[in-house]
Design a protein. Structure first.
Length: 279
């Protein structure tokens, strides 16, 4: 009922998953900083997440960790499991998972992955996901995971349809307040969950990314920004001071760059003030 990818790129670990299952992100994915990532699905066993990550943290490789937790589980024939560590990867499909069910796993200098799915429209789903992983080398891990997920969805995905999707990625020193949670997004119930997840990741990058294409707030641009911000009720000693005030309201603080304005923030400001005299 689900297709997922657990993966590592550099020191980032994460999982992307989609399914005809409500709130799938609350069940399938788990990752631990500098340890690994796990996806448990089919008849998911939630305790696999902690059990596997604990084994990986002790230095056990992915294949051995999968073998240990499934050997102790009487329901293993109905389980699927994907595991990635720094140096290893493994995917497991129980013998009684509903067709089509299976997976692929591999690793190279660009990272490691474990892809798996059940009740899919066919093997083409995991093949497309694997190809998307290869095609996205050089992109940040959240984007590589999303690319794989969207490719699997485009190839047919869950044969029953769409409902939930999620991306969870950890990396030391990243995320809000440097918590190490780089991305944690869920679509719990949506008729086109993978596409909605892609939209949320774009918003996440906007609100929590780093400044890009910063233009200096001088001359005509400073005058324009000041005028538009005044329309919205934000004024200050200069254009940047007013921009700081507005950014605090709109949650653009992460994109502030002293003396300048991020191109995406400028576009948002212009969209918010279409009737400004400077438009």
């Amino acid at each position: 009922m689900t297709f997922s990818i657990a993966a590592r790129a550099g020191d980032a670990y994460g999982v992307a998953v989609a399914s005809k299952f409500i709130a799938v992100g609350s069940v399938v994915p788990a990752a631990r900083i500098e340890v690994g990532a796990v996806a448990t699905q089919a008849m998911a066993k939630v305790s696999y997440r902690k059990d596997v990550l604990d084994l990986l943290e002790l230095g056990v490789d992915a294949e051995t960790a999968v073998a240990r937790v499934t050997a102790a589980d009487e329901g293993r024939a109905h389980r699927q499991l994907g595991v990635v560590s720094e140096t290893s990867q493994a995917t497991y499909t129980g013998s009684e998972c509903m067709a089509w069910a299976g997976g692929r796993a591999g690793g190279d200098t660009s990272g490691r992955y474990a892809i798996q799915g059940n009740i899919l429209t066919g093997e083409k789903v995991v093949v497309a996901m694997e190809q998307a992983w290869f095609d996205s080398v050089g992109m940040p891990l959240p984007r590589r995971l999303l690319a794989a997920l969207l490719a699997g969805d485009a190839a047919g995905g869950d044969s029953r349809g769409r409902q939930g999707a999620a991306i969870h990625v950890v990396q030391r020193g990243t995320g809000y307040d440097a918590s190490g949670v780089l991305v944690d997004l869920r679509v719990d119930d949506h008729p086109d969950a993978p596409a909605e997840l892609a939209r949320l990741l774009d918003l996440h990058d906007l609100f929590f990314g780093e400044p890009e294409d910063v233009q200096p707030l001088t001359g005509e641009l400073a005058d324009e920004v000041s005028s538009r911000l005044a329309v919205l009720g934000h004024t200050g000693a200069d254009a940047y001071a007013a921009l700081e005030a507005w950014s605090g309201v709109e949650n653009y603080e992460m994109l502030l760059s002293p003396g300048g304005i991020d191109a995406r923030v400028l576009a948002a400001l212009r969209a918010a003030t279409p009737d400004s005299p400077t438009s």
